[in-house]
Design a protein around this ligand. Structure first.
Ligand SMILES: Nc1nc2c(ncn2[C@@H]2O[C@H](COP(=O)(O)OP(=O)(O)OP(=O)(O)O)[C@@H](O)[C@H]2O)c(=O)[nH]1
Ligand SMILES: [Mg+2]
Length: 321
């Protein structure tokens, strides 16, 4: 199952303690205590693998190492090792304690989330002409510690929406390298899947039904994955006796999740056109076009020409990107 939300606790390393010691050589009795090392930082880094949040399923408590304490003979403690956690590009990171929100949008982008404490100074640093045998030292500062919530928002260019069984996964598989499960029953797909069409990322958003915004079915939580897309393909099965009602049911759910979703560029795809006569197809197309003012295209995964038409739309979307 795709893990798209996790809550974890992260703790950066504490700074090491400064050391207090004196030169054992009788000729020079000065202080020699070294300083503590810095605690390790905790970073998040963006990667393209959308499955990496699964790493946190059994690891909710993540700590970077503390800095080492200072040592005699001017030896500073070594710094604690940083921890770099991979999270999928498109993740939103909420610091529950401070309310701060950060996002990772590029692969390789690295941001610090919790800073390690600075190491304390050893007594060597406190020497002066008036204090040649200082016994002062610093303890080292504590590393930052936060409760963090990570939410994955897939970064797709096109979102596929529609009632269950409309043919979303079939179309995604036909157009891209995706291998989404297809079945002749609703809710075959239980989590969003992605496919790439020459650099365009298409996301299949499953589980939308009437009442999804009130929590029915899989709910509307997957819609966050298309909040950032510019384009929506809305699939309506041409087998349906009431394609307009089917269309409206989904639009209502989109609107109640976020009005902006209904303002995106949307193409209506009447799917499974091989199952109806061309007269019926024309009638249903006109009906949808008139009622919505949107462009309506017929598509069947069994008809090459109709797929070519969809690919032309994809080229248009790509050019606008
Ligand atoms: N005749 C015909 N059948 C199709 C076409 N596209 C999909 N189907 C069939 O319709 C059924 C549903 O297809 P899916 O691709 O699983 O539909 P979905 O929208 O992903 O469904 P859920 O994941 O359950 O929401 C399957 O039995 C497909 O084989 C088409 O163009 N023509
Ligand atoms: Mg599906």
């Amino acid at each position: 199952m795709l893990i798209d939300e996790v809550k974890i606790k992260i703790k950066a390393g504490n700074g090491g303690k400064g050391n207090v010691s004196f030169n054992k050589n009788m000729m020079s009795l000065g202080p020699t205590g070294g300083s503590g090392g810095k605690g390790g930082d905790v970073y998040f880094q963006g990667v393209s693998d959308i499955g990496v949040l699964a790493f946190f399923r059994n690891r909710k408590d993540i700590k970077a190492n503390n800095g080492e304490n200072g040592k005699p003979q001017y030896l500073d403690g070594s710094d604690g090792k940083d921890v770099v956690l991979n999270i999928p590009v498109g993740s939103v990171i909420e610091n529950i304690d401070t309310g701060e929100i950060k996002e990772i949008v590029k692969t390789g982008e690295k941001i610090v989330i919790a800073k390690g404490g600075i190491g304390g100074k050893g007594n060597f640093h406190f020497r002066s002409s008036t204090n040649t045998s200082p016994t002062q030292f610093q303890k080292g500062l504590l590393g930052e510690e936060f409760n963090i919530r990570i939410e994955l928002r897939l970064i797709a260019d096109i979102g596929l929406v529609g009632l269950p069984n409309a043919g979303k996964s079939s179309l995604l598989n036909e157009l891209t390298n995706a291998d989404s499960r297809v079945g002749n029953y609703p809710f075959t797909t239980l989590e969003p899947s992605l496919g790439a069409y020459y650099g365009l990322i298409i996301a299949d958003i499953p589980g939308l039904i009437e009442g999804a915004s009130e929590g029915k079915g899989l709910g509307v939580k997957f819609l966050r994955h298309i909040e950032r897309t510019n384009t929506i393909f809305h699939l309506v099965s041409s087998e349906s006796d009431s394609p307009l009602q089917d269309y409206k049911k989904i639009e209502k759910e989109l609107a109640s999740y976020n009005k902006k979703l209904t303002e995106k560029e949307e193409y209506i795809l009447l799917s499974k056109t091989d199952t109806i006569s061309s007269k019926e197809l024309t009638d249903k197309k006109i009906l949808l076009q008139k009622a919505t003012g949107k462009q309506v295209f017929g598509v069947s995964v069994y008809e090459k020409e109709s797929l070519t038409q969809v690919k032309k739309i994809l080229e248009v979307v790509k050019d606008k990107k």
